[in-house]
Design a protein around this ligand. Structure first.
Ligand SMILES: Cc1cc2nc3c(=O)[nH]c(=O)nc-3n(C[C@H](O)[C@H](O)[C@H](O)COP(=O)(O)O)c2cc1C
Length: 402
């Protein structure tokens, strides 16, 4: 039996047995599913976004489509899902049941209201049911119900601050997390407003509004819902860089705890989110693709990483990369950097030559007879396009030159 290191983390005063949490979505929309996930080792779950009883959630099917990349299925997942079809009356029962059966797990509920009374009622009822944390969805890409179609609460700093204040004034015990959208011009300004509103943490971030692709025969974008479509929320693999930027920019500008979500498919993705400032990491698409069992790999991978790098707790990872992120102007211009090709490793494909010739600085020559590329060190500016296209890991290295 594998012996994990202590993987526990603390967010807003609440202890999680590991940083790995199920994000609000289909994997948390049924009581039995969450039970199964907890038994398999997830530290917590955010139940899919709920609402007051009077709201009718009008779902359409099919609601998903995906982008495949060569042999990788579902490199990006698009959905036109809405919030849960289960209202607060069902969710409060589930919270109470889960807390009774799994007192050591962190049970979070996600809420969305359309006015002050609704937000506050949802908070009060969930607290009474025993919820550990409340996440407020300010970022449903299909639009907050009753508001401008397509608009998200999290795109308006003042509105975000006001709703955060409503929620915080109703919450007597449970920490309040605000789930934002990365689809704004200045993410740190929105985060500052949310902090001013009194939020205990930010969930960064959510799916990215997208149009998933178009069927060239029917002209209808995906997903095709009886010959019409609409904008999807993109999740999974492809969105991790956006999530990393979002978390880093918030964390560098605003002192607020973060739970990260968006594009985490493996333990190493999760570590990256922590290195830029996330304390816990929420997954949805990876679970929808590979099932709850990925928790074993996440925990083993994190545990090994901590061991090999000499960390005693995952908390030591939080924000460790932030000092290495600066502005473009502050990046050093010297010493110069050049490409060096390892001829032993080179397979002679010529990709670096073509890329440099047509997309770089024409600094690579190609000996057709020997099938070997050669870098002209005078012409090479060190842009690093060639190692990016090279199919052999470690064949082209960028090195400093005096
Ligand atoms: C089908 C689907 C439904 C989702 N429903 C919700 C929801 O009800 N509330 C919410 O806050 N986020 C919802 N999300 C967003 C996820 O919680 C998560 O933040 C997002 O998918 C990014 O993480 P991932 O790349 O790990 O999937 C949903 C995502 C998917 C794919």
């Amino acid at each position: 039996m594998y012996r994990y290191k202590d993987l526990s983390v603390e967010l807003c005063g609440i202890k999680f047995e590991s940083p790995f949490v199920l994000a609000a979505g289909p994997p948390t929309d049924e009581l039995d599913m969450v039970r199964r996930a907890f038994k398999q080792g997830w530290a917590g779950a955010v139940l899919k976004t709920t609402h007051v009883e009077s709201v009718k959630v009008d779902l359409v099917y099919p609601m998903m489509s995906s982008i495949n990349m060569e042999d990788r299925r579902m490199a990006g997942l698009g959905n036109i899902d809405l919030i849960s079809r289960y209202g607060i009356e069902e969710v409060e029962k589930r919270v109470a049941t889960l807390k009774k059966e799994f007192p050591e797990k962190v049970v979070m509920a996600s809420i969305m209201g359309s006015n002050k009374e609704e937000w506050q009622e949802l908070v009060r009822r969930l607290e009474e049911a025993g919820v550990d944390m409340i996440e407020c969805s300010f970022s449903c890409p299909q639009g907050s119900m009753g508001q401008r179609p397509g608009a998200m609460l999290g795109q308006d700093g003042d509105a975000s601050k006001m709703v955060t204040q409503w929620v915080k004034s109703a919450a007597k015990r449970a920490p309040v997390v605000i789930k934002i959208t990365p689809q704004v011009a200045f993410i740190a300004e929105i985060a500052k407003k949310i902090k001013e509103g009194g939020a205990d943490a930010i969930c960064a971030s959510n799916t990215i509004p997208s149009l998933m692709g178009i069927d060239l025969d029917t002209f209808v974008p995906y997903p095709n819902v009886r010959n019409k479509s609409t904008y999807s929320g993109l999740s999974g693999h492809f969105i991790k860089p956006i999530t990393l930027r979002t978390i880093a920019e918030i964390k560098k500008n605003v002192d607020i705890p973060i739970t990260g979500t968006g594009g985490v498919m493996s333990w190493s993705d999760a570590v990256e989110l922590m290195l830029v400032g996330a304390t816990t990491v929420q997954l949805c698409t990876a679970v929808m693709h590979h099932g709850y069992g990925i928790i074993d790999d996440l925990k083993v991978g994190l545990s090994n990483y901590l061991e090999t790098h000499g960390f005693s707790s995952p908390m030591e990872l939080v924000g460790k990369s932030l000092p290495f992120i600066t502005t473009h102007e502050q990046l050093k211009r010297t010493p110069l950097v050049k490409a060096f090709i390892d001829e032993e490793k080179c397979v002679g494909c010529g990709q670096c030559y073509v890329a440099c010739r047509d997309g770089g600085h024409q600094a690579i020559e190609f000996d057709v007879e020997k099938r070997l590329p050669k870098v002209d060190k005078e012409k090479c500016v060190g842009c690093a396009l060639c190692p990016t296209v090279c199919p052999v890991e470690g064949c082209i290295l960028m090195k400093y030159v005096d």
